[in-house]
Ligand binder design. Structure first.
Ligand SMILES: O=P(O)(O)OC[C@H]1O[C@](O)(COP(=O)(O)O)[C@@H](O)[C@@H]1O
Length: 387
């Protein structure tokens, strides 16, 4: 969640934001039929940004919006035993987070990476956005807050962060952000989870978030993250993905979200870690399941789909992305797979895991090489090619 801000320094609506008055307002005509809640100038900006995040095909997003606690875990796990024993003060931890982000943003190659998602501290306190925007990389902000158990189903979680959302996103926009992201964890077991109430709550919250993000002039990246730690098989995972994604778009319609100015960030459907087929499932099976889910549940107006990696090893996450794009490339014109939006990536752990290990050992050249290696692998995979 973003820290408190004085509202007086931010525009009450984005029509008073200078760059939305300029060229796009004069020239920008959204090439779609608009509802009254979007001006042509704002809509054309949203659509332009959403497209720039996924075109030219192959480009994708680097997700660096973990909480400070999660970054500490990444860097701790990457360190040698003696460094692991060290007790860091709060200031040292903060300085380490800033230096790690700086190193990552300097190393990430703009040929392959279109956008980076930041945590509020990185944008508003460390002021690192120019490291990215100066190289043409679009800056995004994490919008969702903390999780709270659903009272009637405590293994599912409500996502906090709607209070002050418009003001916080306007602040992020004023600091350079052009898109935002909201992650909702969707429980998935062989039977029982998710509940109807859980699905409805996430769909409604994600759609409200998307509408507010567009009101603030930021492209929303809608992230239903279907979990795979339990015992669901692939068919059940497909079913749950279809349920949640279809519901999200039903609520987006109710909230007047301009779909052309949005991206979807789903998980890959996959068997749970406790299901026997986890050991034998192939990238081709995951690809077929993934393309089926997208074809059945994502409206064709949506600008693009950028998958999360979910803690999968980089080679596995990229192999799934390459397989689904290879399937799309091979689809005949009569197949719904030939009509899918760009299928790209918004990976966190799969892009940075190896680089973090080199960074904690002070090997800056390897940090750069590793970011280059995995960013290029993702870029190739998003075109259906293997590295
Ligand atoms: O802090 P959270 O909400 O658990 O999110 C963890 C990470 O999950 C993501 O949504 C996806 O990242 P991964 O590719 O590592 O799964 C990131 O954007 C975020 O940093």
């Amino acid at each position: 969640m973003l820290p408190p801000l004085t509202t007086s320094s931010f525009p009450t609506n984005l029509f008073s934001t200078p760059d939305l008055h300029s060229r796009s307002q004069i020239e920008g005509k959204a090439d779609v039929f608009l509802r009254p809640n979007h001006s042509s100038a704002v809509a054309s900006k949203l659509i332009e940004t959403a497209r720039e995040l996924v075109y030219p095909r192959g480009k994708g997003i680097y997700a660096t919006d973990e909480t400070p606690e999660a970054i500490a875990v990444v860097l701790h796990d990457a360190a040698d035993e003696d460094v692991k024993q060290k007790q860091w003060t709060e200031d040292e931890e903060r300085d380490r987070r800033r230096r790690w982000r700086e190193a990552a943003y300097n190393a990430i190659p703009s040929e392959y990476i279109s956008g980076v998602i930041l945590f509020s501290e990185t944008l508003l306190d460390f002021h690192l956005a120019p490291l990215l925007s100066d190289r043409g990389i679009i800056v995004g902000i994490r919008a969702n807050g903390e999780l709270r158990p659903l009272p009637n189903s405590p293994e599912e979680f409500l996502v906090q962060g709607q209070d002050n959302l418009l003001r916080d996103l306007q602040a992020a926009r004023a600091a350079g952000a052009r898109f935002s992201k909201w992650r909702a964890p969707i429980a998935c077991t062989a039977t029982g989870l998710p509940t109807e109430a859980g699905l409805d709550a996430h769909a409604e919250t994600l759609a409200q978030y998307a509408a507010v993000s567009q009101e603030a002039g930021l492209v929303p990246v809608i992230e239903p993250d279907v979990e795979f730690k339990e015992d669901a098989d692939l068919a059940r995972s497909v079913e749950v993905h279809e349920w949640i994604i279809a519901r999200i778009y039903a609520r987006c319609r109710a909230h007047g979200v301009l779909l052309e100015g949005t991206l979807l960030k789903p998980s890959f459907p996959q068997p749970g870690l406790k299901h026997a087929s986890r050991e034998t499932v192939t990238a081709e099976q995951i690809a077929l399941a993934t393309a089926t889910v997208i074809a059945r549940s994502v409206p064709s107006a949506v600008a693009g789909v950028v998958f999360l990696s979910g803690g999968l090893a980089p080679s596995i996450a990229t192999s799934y992305l390459a397989a689904v794009n290879a399937l799309v490339n091979a689809a005949p014109p009569e197949s719904p797979f030939s009509r899918l939006p760009p299928l790209s990536f918004s990976f966190g752990r799969a892009l940075q895991g190896d680089a973090a290990r080199h960074w904690v050992h002070g090997d800056d050249d390897k940090v750069k090489d590793t970011f280059e290696k995995w960013s290029r692998a993702c870029w190739l995979a998003a075109q259906g090619k293997q590295a």
